[in-house]
Design a protein around this ligand. Structure first.
Ligand code: PGA
Length: 245
């Protein structure tokens, strides 16, 4: 029997003010009141809304994630946030290596690795994102690219306190979901490369209420990382309440 408890995570990206966060939670929390506790429910608000989120979700089962974390505890790192700052707000997870900072801020696998190591050292669970571009997939390079990201990004990382999110870049925010069977194949390969049978591997990329059940019925997919559809409380509640056959 697998002990892999699925992690359903919403990534709000650069959306949601504090006022909107409160409104969202007042609609969303009642919708997950009877959600089975066989799954973790997580949201990653922007840094400015973390404190409001923590207060408004207090006493609920919803867990908090940050959208990034720095490897130092403090220092001259303008625009960065340290693990200690997150722990003050009961943050439990930290997304690292999302394709947007990889693309817009040239995040390297080495930096991502340092962020993940620091997260774990402070008791945070890193959600490390990996995934290939459209061109890389067309050239048949997806396995090589993802394997390199996994090997470099996860060096010295404890797989028992880790989530890996397979997010094919061509499926993020495009409405083009990866076929569930193909996402399942890659998630299985990631688990094999990390050599940890209990590793939690999520799929991300245009996950919606209409495809969540199919995705969550795949044997090697242990949850989802959801962007756009997590911004609407009803859509994300439907995703949180996915049904397995
Ligand atoms: P999407 O984003 O669900 O809007 O495609 C996923 C992500 O970036 O994590």
């Amino acid at each position: 029997m697998s002990v892999r408890k699925p992690v359903i995570a919403g990534n709000w990206k650069m959306h949601m003010t504090c006022v909107q966060t409160k409104q969202y939670l007042s609609q969303f929390l009642p919708l997950i009141q009877s959600t089975s506790d066989d799954r973790h429910l997580v949201i990653a608000p922007p840094f400015t809304a973390i404190s409001t989120f923590a207060e408004s979700a207090l006493g609920s089962r919803l867990e908090l994630s940050s959208q990034n974390v720095h490897w130092e505890d403090d220092g001259a790192f303008t625009a960065e946030v340290s693990p200690l700052m997150l722990l003050e707000h009961d943050v439990r997870y930290a997304i690292v290596g999302h394709s947007e900072p990889r693309k817009y801020f040239s995040e390297s696998d080495e930096q991502i690795n340092r962020r993940a190591i620091s997260a774990q050292a402070h008791g945070l669970i890193p959600i490390v994102c990996v995934g290939e571009t459209d061109d890389q997939r067309e050239r048949g390079e997806e396995e090589r690219v993802i394997r390199r990201q996994v090997e470099q990004g996860l060096e010295e990382i404890d797989p028992k306190r880790l989530v890996v999110a397979y997010e094919p870049i061509w499926a993020i925010g495009t409405g083009k979901t990866c076929e569930a069977s193909e996402a399942n194949r890659i998630c299985g390969l990631i688990r094999k490369w990390v050599d940890a049978p209990d590793l939690i591997v999520q799929y991300g990329g245009s996950v919606k209420p209409g495809n969540i059940d199919e995705i969550m019925n795949m044997s090697d997919i242990d949850g989802v990382l959801v962007g756009g559809a997590s911004l609407d409380p009803e859509s994300f509640a439907r995703i949180a309440n996915y049904k397995r056959k």
